[in-house]
Design a protein around this ligand. Sequence first.
Ligand code: AMP
Ligand code: ZN
Length: 143
Amino acid sequence: MENLVDDCLFCKIIKGDVPSYTVFENDDVKAFLDISQVNPGHVLMIPKKHIVNLFDYTNEDAKKYLQYIPEIANAIKNAFPNVTGMNITTNNGEVAGQVVMHSHIHFIPRFEGDGLHLMTRNNADDYNEAKYTEVANKIKEQF
Ligand code: AMP
Ligand code: ZN
């Protein structure tokens, strides 16, 4: 366990100072039920290192910690016969809805008729070739 901090809720969960319904754990990550279940089986996966959010991951961090995403997704899916899909999301920064400042991946199992509407804004009508080219180029230049 590297670099845990005292005043972080998820570091406390890693240390066992705050209880959690753990579903998977190894030297790198811990996965446990979100206390507020958006759908049954909603899990959070956290690195066992205090990293605020994805903006702070090195490529090595990404390889080390994010490699478990498909395995955890499949475990949740296989646990519930009615789960036929899943939203895997991460909120990065307060403006994006991040409340706990220790990086975490949400696994939200989906089943037919669950009535959840995530990412519902559709701006496809605003398509504009020049604008899209400008936006894509701004990002490309950063690599
Ligand atoms: P976010 O808004 O992406 O930062 O998500 C933080 C998540 O942490 C929320 O979905 C909370 O329900 C969840 N959460 C807060 N406290 C706990 C806790 N003690 N155990 C498990 N999940 C928690
Ligand atoms: Zn932490």
